[in-house]
Design a binder for this molecule. Structure first.
Ligand SMILES: N[C@@H](CCC[C@H](N)C(=O)O)C(=O)O
Length: 276
């Protein structure tokens, strides 16, 4: 529930490789984001617009907690690029090079190394009930056109390997896969092509949001799927429509890095909040 004594609500706009976020810092107070607020803020004409809204809350066993909403008001269990953006912000605020972040996915570690923010997105979920899929099957053998690989990264992904990811009609293909009954919680949908050794071109249709310029958890899922299919090693460079992401699948989890940008700080005013 939003604190109704607030007449204004400060927020930050950030992006990671063009995957854009509104970030609301609710540390020191009760959570303020609801599904209705997320939908209102996510409207690119009447609100601010975002791919995901992230709310920072106080951590009990971590430096912070982080919750994610899609622009349709649904919750996302993971968001790699928003986690990188918020980690950058929180590390700068605390004057540290490492922070712990509790998400629906679990406890994540973020580190600054040589100026870049890396987040350990955890181990990939590679059994049908973890993704989740509707019934028992191998995640590398889905009965769907295009032979996608299902990978969970705290949220579901269906990764398709195609000859030319740049030529895929995301708006035509994505919604049907997102809503396929094989995915009881819907799914994010990735298309990737091998463009060189350990190098992929990737595009994405995101569950609850649509076409985005990048997706961090999607990049992790795609790198894992590429390795499972024997296309790449465990360290992969991915070129997305909005920039380059790096994924390193290590024994302790799938690490993600890439660019982070601060865009502006502002406030939602009382009239906007009253109308939600
Ligand atoms: N952009 C994100 C993923 C967003 C979550 C997704 N739409 C969902 O519903 O799972 C990222 O960078 O990981």
């Amino acid at each position: 529930m939003r604190d109704t004594t607030d007449s204004r609500l400060p927020f930050l706009k950030m992006h990671g490789a063009g995957n854009d976020f509104v970030i609301i810092d609710s540390r020191g107070r009760s959570a303020r984001v609801t599904a209705a607020l997320a939908r209102a803020v996510g409207d690119r004409h009447r609100g601010v617009g975002f791919d995901q809204l992230a709310e920072i809350r106080d951590g009990a066993d971590s430096d912070i907690c982080l919750d994610f909403w899609n622009s349709d008001g649904s919750r996302a269990g993971a968001c790699g690029n928003a986690t990188r953006c918020v980690a950058d912000l929180v590390m700068a605020g605390l004057g540290r090079d490492a922070v712990t972040i509790r998400t629906m996915r679990g406890l994540l570690l973020a580190e600054r190394r040589d100026g870049a923010v890396w987040v350990n997105m955890g181990a990939p979920q590679l059994s049908w009930d973890e993704v989740p899929l509707a019934r028992e099957m191998e995640v590398t053998a889905l009965p769907l056109p295009g032979d996608p690989v299902a990978v969970g990264m705290g949220n579901p992904h269906a990764v398709h390997f195609v000859a030319d990811a740049g030529a895929v009609d995301l708006e035509g293909q994505g919604p049907g896969v997102e809503h396929d009954p094989l995915f009881p919680e819907r799914t994010n949908v990735e298309y990737a092509s091998l463009t060189g050794p350990d190098h992929l071109r990737m595009r994405v249709w995101e569950r609850g949001t649509g076409v985005t310029l990048a997706c961090g958890s999607g990049a992790c899922a795609t790198a894992v799927a590429a390795h499972l299919r024997g296309l790449t090693g465990r360290t992969v460079t991915l070129d997305l429509d909005g920039g380059r992401l790096l994924v390193d699948w290590r024994a302790d989890g799938v690490w993600l890095s890439g660019p982070v940008a601060h865009v502006f700080s502002a406030e939602f005013d009382a009239a906007f909040l009253e109308a939600v």
